[in-house]
Design a protein around this ligand. Structure first.
Ligand code: MG
Length: 281
């Protein structure tokens, strides 16, 4: 792999990412994979997918977990439904995330990732401690599979995330930084957050968005790359300054509009390639 290889968030089955063919057609050399449904997570499916990746010369850099019942409809719904935070589904989802880690191992992938959900802000809250415990458990499972766990940003401020990672206290726990999520959730100015999280950022999403009028209460709006308020030139310059050299993974989750999705991903890849030439030595 080279520095700042372009990537795209992709799916095998009907997930949120683009189909692998789109990555191949656009000549994008790396992907992060949205984990397929349970029935597809078999050894046979892994072998088949790995063969496909090898044939197409595409490198898998992370496998993202997601769960049935999650909804990103609005911020309160995310709080209630997403990740390992909601207590009623926590044990079941932890077990599933461990299966996803095992599936990622079959795919020879050293990174699993997820949205943990809205971690309670009070560190003395018993629920906070429960989320710390469940994350330790998942980190330890990933460790046995030779993997790191990357937490997707968005639901926490940079400070909240740093506090949480420090409390979990596992050396295979890192961050997948998504600048647009900081804007969408209203959790902080993305470049400042990136600079604070710094060396813990081990993978990134390239996604854009505009702030809502009521940050933290209403969603901001996701935009095609370069048309939102992240400022891609500043973003990549900040990535360079924190020493990040991993892939630049484009995330554009509009699977209901595949033609627009493909064209916006192509445009995003062109923009990132151009900025990479300007910014990276
Ligand atoms: Mg993201």
């Amino acid at each position: 792999m080279s520095d700042w290889d372009i990537g795209v968030f992709a799916s095998i089955d009907a997930g949120l990412g683009v189909h692998l063919d789109v990555a191949r057609e656009l000549g994008i050399p790396t992907i992060q994979l949205h984990a397929p449904h349970q029935e597809t997570r078999t050894a046979e499916a892994a072998t088949r997918f790995l063969d496909q990746l090898n044939q197409q010369g595409i490198i898998l850099t992370a496998v993202f977990g997601g769960f049935a019942g999650e909804s990103y409809a609005d911020i309160p719904t995310v709080e209630q439904t997403v990740g390992l935070v909601p207590s009623s589904t926590r044990d079941m989802r932890l077990a599933e995330m461990k299966e996803i880690s095992d599936f990622a191992k079959l795919l020879q992938c050293g990174v699993i990732a997820l949205h943990l959900g809205f971690v309670p802000h009070e560190t003395s809250d018993p629920e906070y401690l429960s989320v710390v415990t469940v994350t330790r458990d998942l980190c330890d499972h990933a460790q046995k599979n030779g993997q790191n766990l990357h937490l997707e940003t968005g639901q926490e401020t940079a400070e909240g995330l740093l506090q949480f990672i420090s409390d979990v206290d596992r050396d295979n726990l890192f961050v997948n930084f998504d600048p647009a999520n900081m804007i969408l959730y209203g959790t902080g100015e993305p470049i400042e957050a990136l600079e604070k999280i710094g060396p813990l950022v081990k993978s990134v999403h390239c996604k854009d968005a505009t702030w809502s009028e009521n940050p933290g209460i209403d969603w901001g709006e996701e935009k095609p790359l370069g048309e939102g308020q992240v400022d891609m030139h500043r973003y990549l310059s900040a990535l360079k300054s924190i020493g990040y050299r991993g892939p630049l993974t484009i995330e554009r989750e509009i699977p209901q509009e595949p033609i627009r999705q493909k064209s916006e991903i192509k445009h995003a890849a062109d923009l990132l390639t151009q900025l990479r030439e300007q910014i990276l030595d």
